[in-house]
Design a binder for this molecule. Sequence first.
Ligand code: NAI
Ligand code: MG
Length: 393
Amino acid sequence: MSKRKIVAMPGDGIGKVVLPSAIRVLDAVGFEAEYVHADIGWEFWIRDGNALHQRTIDLLAEYKLGLFGAITSKPKDQAAAELSPELKDKGYVYSSPIVGLRQHFDLDICIRPCRSFKGNPLNFIRRDGDGFAEPPVDAVIFRQNTEGLYAGVEWTDPPPNVRTALESHARMARFKDTPGKDLAVSTRIFTRRACQRVTREAFAYAKKFGYRSVTVCEKPNVIRETSGMLRAEAQAVAKEYPEIALWETNIDAQMMWLTKNPEDYGVLVCGNMFGDIVSDGFAGLVGGLGFACSANIGPEVAVFEPTHGSAPKYETFDPSIVNPIAMILSACMMLDHIGEKDKSDRIRAAVGAVVAEGKTRTYDMLRLPGRQEVLEQGAANTTQMTDAIIERL
Ligand code: NAI
Ligand code: MG
């Protein structure tokens, strides 16, 4: 049988460091695959005016599975200024290639598990009498990944037909005298299909992995139409899962509760922006960006990535000091997705053992400011952390 092919997109900055680390771990666990390199990111924007090449899209369309490191994104003007001279003023417009991939392949379901590893000094703790309690957190956020406020349907100075359509709504009366140039509109579009898909996946996951509750976290009391639709679909799907409790929270209250009783939550399901917020909130309770993994799953293609970015300030550090665990756990999610859970469980156990032992810790785990000197202050570098995990395998 020919080896499974996986599209490897390191991207920019520390993506180029953590992705090879994750591939070393995948090799070490005995996962047989061929990694096909694909170009993505800032250097391709500068050179070619395109951060997401058609050849990368073609490779993903063919092989269906991608591992993605991170990319650098910059605001419109800065992006235009950095283009190579021969491409300047030729109408190239920058857009984020990872957002582009999510939309192109309809990677509409984003899964972000936030689980604490025992012994991680960054774990959530709570005052408990005279001491402290460290309740284990195990929350899995299902975020709708393609719609809502991140769909990009927005204007400053909406064109006249849009303005007229908006003014057909009674609540627009307050804005009637605001000049167009002083009016910015970002739409929040939800479709029933997407609401159904993300809530179905959330419940199926809860059942498969034994979670007792699914929390739909939105704000339907205020954002009645879109939040209301996700909530209604969650209620409909919940009827098929009488053994799983459906909880409903508002995003603002949820952020407060996750600093009080995060251990009570299991699976959560949210629209795009609230999912982004609540997953970062939970990630902060289990170690932060160095531990935060994610999967972007569509009907055919799936891409796995740490939630951190390219951390440009560490790009030139040699050796690199960043934590590869978020990327390694993202690779585990790929193994889960393709039915290789025995291997992903082994990797997670190895990560858990290294964290618990506490001898090998990257600078973030030691709460040190990220400087090259951290290596003299007892922090492990990226390679040493990867080696320690491989040794445990
Ligand atoms: P970032 O996630 O790249 O880094 C923020 C800070 O978090 C770093 O300076 C570092 O202190 C820490 N950090 C991140 N990853 C770490 C790791 N693996 N180990 C230890 N510490 C880590 O976010 P920032 O600085 O806001 O953005 C940098 C660039 O990345 C921007 O161009 C941004 O647009 C892009 N970005 C890309 C994302 C993606 O590729 N999916 C996601 C977020 C940001
Ligand atoms: Mg985010």
